[in-house]
Design a protein around this ligand. Structure first.
Ligand code: DER
Length: 253
């Protein structure tokens, strides 16, 4: 279908452009779009177009399984702390390449791997290309929280005010659209109770409406004791590839 083809286009374009023979350590994101990137990597591997030393760093159990099943060499961050490039999906990307991530509850390890990478390339279908975060992705900002603190954190987040809680946002401009956030504990689908991440934590989806100041929102959320990681990647991505409904792909940088 159109969306899957668009994901494949974005993934293929990014891998073909960036995963050349000089790439030795590659960060592999998580989610459904990255599956297509792995398919392209497998093809390049079979054609002998990848570095024989290439090692892939996973960002979740899912991405680890993709790497192993594709016959790519699995590495870990401890032995490869300096990653050449990471290719990862996104739930939404704004005009400045800030991104919402964590739709697949993988954003903690993704942000650590992205942070250890020289370059972060995002891949997504046309539904994720927005001017402002919160325009198309309305499920909220994923926030990983330690179970011990989840009720306390829920209270703190719902008490945030879109202006008063942000120095930068003077009385006139607001950091986000809603006056106060709406906090939802992400329920599991095939398991009773909440989603539990690969790190043993819960996930809140924090609805803010449009996010005018992603960096400030990321910082304020991250500073709440008990919050482990926030699914806003501000000022991290260097380039974003999008597949279009018409079968072409384009990139923003
Ligand atoms: O969970 C995540 O962070 C994923 O990377 C997500 O942001 C993108 O997943 P998708 O490619 O399935 O949309």
């Amino acid at each position: 279908n159109l969306v899957e083809t668009a994901k494949e286009l974005a993934a293929f374009s990014a891998v073909e452009k960036h995963v050349t023979k000089d790439i030795r350590v590659l960060g592999v994101g998580s989610g459904s779009t990255v599956v297509y990137a792995i398919n392209k990597l497998k093809e390049l591997l079979e054609k002998g177009q990848l570095s024989p030393d290439l090692v892939c760093i996973p960002t979740s159990f899912q991405s680890r399984g993709l790497i192993v099943d594709a016959g790519l060499r699995l590495g870990d961050l401890d032995e490869n702390p300096d990653i050449d490039i990471t290719i990862d999906g996104a739930d939404e990307v704004d005009s400045k390449l800030n991104a919402i991530k964590g739709g697949g509850a993988a954003h903690l390890r993704e942000k650590v791997v992205a942070s250890a990478s020289k370059r972060l390339i995002l891949i997504a279908d046309y539904r994720k290309d927005s001017a402002v975060l919160g325009e198309q992705w309305t499920k909220g900002v994923p926030v990983e929280v330690t179970p011990f603190a989840y009720k306390a954190v829920e209270r703190k987040i719902t008490e945030l005010h879109h202006k008063n809680s942000f120095q930068g946002a003077s009385a006139s401009s607001a950091a986000f659209e809603f006056t106060n956030p709406v906090v939802i504990l992400r329920p599991a689908v095939n398991k009773a109770g909440p989603v539990v991440t690969d790190n043993g934590n819960f996930v809140f989806d924090v609805k803010l409406g449009k996010i005018h100041d992603p960096a400030s929102v990321e910082t304020v959320l991250k500073m709440i004791p008990g919050v482990v990681e926030v699914g806003i990647f501000s000022n991290m991505a260097e380039e974003a590839w999008f597949g279009k409904e018409d079968g072409t792909a384009y990139c923003r940088s």
